[in-house]
Design a protein around this ligand. Sequence first.
Ligand code: HEM
Length: 450
Amino acid sequence: MTTRFVPPHPPRGPAPVPVWRGFFGERARNAVYGWSAPMFENWHIRRNILGIVVHVVTHPDAVQRVLQTNAANYAKPDIVKRVIAPMIGRGLLSSDEDLWREQRRIVAASFAPPAVDALIPDFARAAASRTEGWEGASVRDMAAESTATTMGVIADTLFGGDPRLKTEAAMAHIAAALKAAAEARLSAVLRLPPIGWNRTVRAGQRGQVFLRSTLAELVGERPGRADGDFLDRLVHALKDRFSEEEAAALALDNAATFYLAGHETTANALTWTVYLLSEQPELQSEAAEEAHEALTSGSDDPALPDRLPLLRRILEESMRLYPPVPRFDRQALGSDTLADAAIAPGDIVSIWPWIIHRHKKLWDDADAFDADRFLPERKIGLHRFQYVPFGGGPRVCVGARFASAEALTILAHWLAGWRFERARARPVRVVGTVTLRPENGLPLRLVKRS
Ligand code: HEM
């Protein structure tokens, strides 16, 4: 019999908050703050934000229609493209139609099961080398530890281990760029030019410059090879299909896309999982035992993730409660109907894993942690589109398998060797920007297991 554990979430008022409140205070800087209780029980809400009509749809059938059955009617919104273009241009994440299709085809093989399985030793090495800096019983910021680890993984597995992508400065710049992206979105809604209007935005711009110039250097050094690492193969395939100028631009855009999308999200998944386990010592011990046993048959085994069923359920539940990507959007090209609501061409349709994953009509005791929701026999009853940490349909996260295998391998190594304990009295506060992080990091006490 396990005790019921409800990890913290922002308070919920009884009625929807007026639109103007979204431009000020906590609501302006924290995407998951200020949602009212009815939002977690209704299937649709329509808001008019300074002339931009936004529909938040939470019914799984509606989510499925947007992402899968009528996906051709929904593109990445212009406003989102404008905000993220300075970082990732027209790479895979931020392009549509033929340009998207071509890029997806180019990278697909690098993320297919055999390619990902072959990376397990890299994931294991990254997990182990991070723990070398941990001492007997010290307090560490596990958000920073997780980010440094996943950043190293992406640099090693996709970019030939280039040291320029693994520095402390790189980490700080990227955190600043992502924080500023939320503010940039606000200025885009307010139709303000994207100029440095406060410290966050200016730090974000410096972050973007760092990201683009470092990656431009790297890409410039790669002539492209069909038998090289991910970046070599990408450059090679792009040159094959596009003009020289276009290929060079897309190589940089995709290098930035994969560097960013490939580590920040998984870092958050690791952080929240370690947090949830630090609050549930018994469950942590069970997971550690499973990890210890799974690792006895070799840490380089591509089948390692399959020997961690409990840890996998814990990771799934962690991404339900704290989805690393709390929202993503589409723009309707033509009219449609979603959850009985009329959608007009140009309207934004917003998909919120943060809300869908905690919806009262979709989940029993929705805010409580219960990894056994993901037991095979209980999973049968779930709608495919009520759990969307990686999105769904043709644009489902191309790195989903990579991310799960990476997170499970790293967690197994960490848990087998270390115990994670609460180190501060204050409850953790969740902050949503482009991703979902604990405010001011996650200090935990790390105790070496004997
Ligand atoms: C736990 C970790 C991760 C989460 C929660 C996550 C989440 C997501 C989500 C929700 C989308 C869909 C966005 C949309 O439909 O608008 C997406 C797309 C994408 N993700 Fe991930 N992701 C993760 C890890 C990764 C990794 C490791 C990589 C690469 C190494 C990656 C690369 C991408 C790319 C390139 C896309 C765009 C795909 C397309 O539009 O065709 N992600 N991700």
